[in-house]
Design a binder for this molecule. Structure first.
Ligand code: PEP
Length: 260
């Protein structure tokens, strides 16, 4: 898919769920429901645990539908003595096109900052991949009226200028922390407001072209029954889906809700 054009995207973040066998079963269930026509309209990305990627990619290659693969994280380093880490180049070499950077669970439990995210984004770009950069405020920050400040800070600290200087592909996911895995979804108006803010920030700090072509996804308790109204908002180009991506029918229904 050409990400120099604004794409409709649905990405399923499986987090630390499923064994490799369960992962194969989940994708096998989705395949008959995902037509080439649908995945031609909605770029569909599966983001399983990294352990599963090699097996899943080889098992499901040569399918008519356009499935892409993503990883949930990568190292800030390129190689060397960093026990437990996986580099962006390693992921790219096995067929992974997208890498999540700065998911709120990584920020909360692994002390990731927007500055370390910037390093990760640079590694993804050097490897030839596409970062999906996650931003979002906590409930406390929202209640303190700090949404704009927090989002703008995450954008300015996390996004390297190289992205627009060299017209490199990237995706942004707005994920309010209070909506992730909680069953509380942002209203379409709340999501739209922040997506508009992100697009305006891009217009001011990068270029009108980058602002127009960058896909901005919403994430936070998206389900089949609330996806349509969220995805119909003008600046919402699709979703980053956690819990509902672990159930084949729900995930495919969400992909369908994104089609235009
Ligand atoms: C996520 O983990 O990115 C996410 C949005 O999770 P959930 O859909 O379960 O809220």
């Amino acid at each position: 898919m050409n990400l120099n054009m604004r794409a409709r995207i649905v990405a399923g973040n499986w987090k630390m769920n499923t064994t490799p066998e369960e992962g194969k079963k989940l994708v096998s269930e989705m395949i008959p429901m995902l037509s080439a026509e649908l995945t031609g309209k909605v770029h569909t990305i599966l983001i399983p645990p990294s352990l599963h990627l090699t097996g899943l990619i080889s098992l499901f290659k040569n399918r008519p539908m356009n499935l892409s693969w993503g990883a949930q994280d990568c190292s800030t380093h390129t190689k060397g003595a960093f026990t437990g880490e996986i580099s962006a180049a390693m992921l790219q070499s096995i067929g992974v096109s997208y890498i999540l950077v700065g998911h709120s669970e990584r920020r909360a439990y692994h002390n990731e900052t927007s500055t370390s995210c910037r390093e990760k984004i640079l590694r993804v770009l050097e490897a030839g991949g596409c970062p999906i950069y996650c931003v979002g405020e906590t409930l406390q920050e929202r209640e303190a009226g700090q949404v704009t400040q927090i989002i703008e800070q995450q954008l300015s600290e996390g996004l390297p200028e190289r992205l627009w200087e060299e017209s490199l592909p990237f995706v942004i996911a707005y994920e309010p922390v209070w909506a992730i895995g909680t069953g509380k979804t942002a209203t379409p108006q709340q999501a739209s407001e922040v997506h508009g803010l992100i697009r305006q920030w891009l217009k001011i700090h990068s270029s009108a072209q980058t602002a127009t072509t960058t896909s901005i996804l919403y994430g936070g308790s998206v389900k089949a029954d609330n996806a349509t109204e969220l995805f119909n908002m003008p600046d919402v180009d699709g979703g980053l889906i956690g819990g509902a991506s672990l159930e084949s029918r729900s995930f495919v229904d969400i992909v369908k809700a994104c089609a235009r």
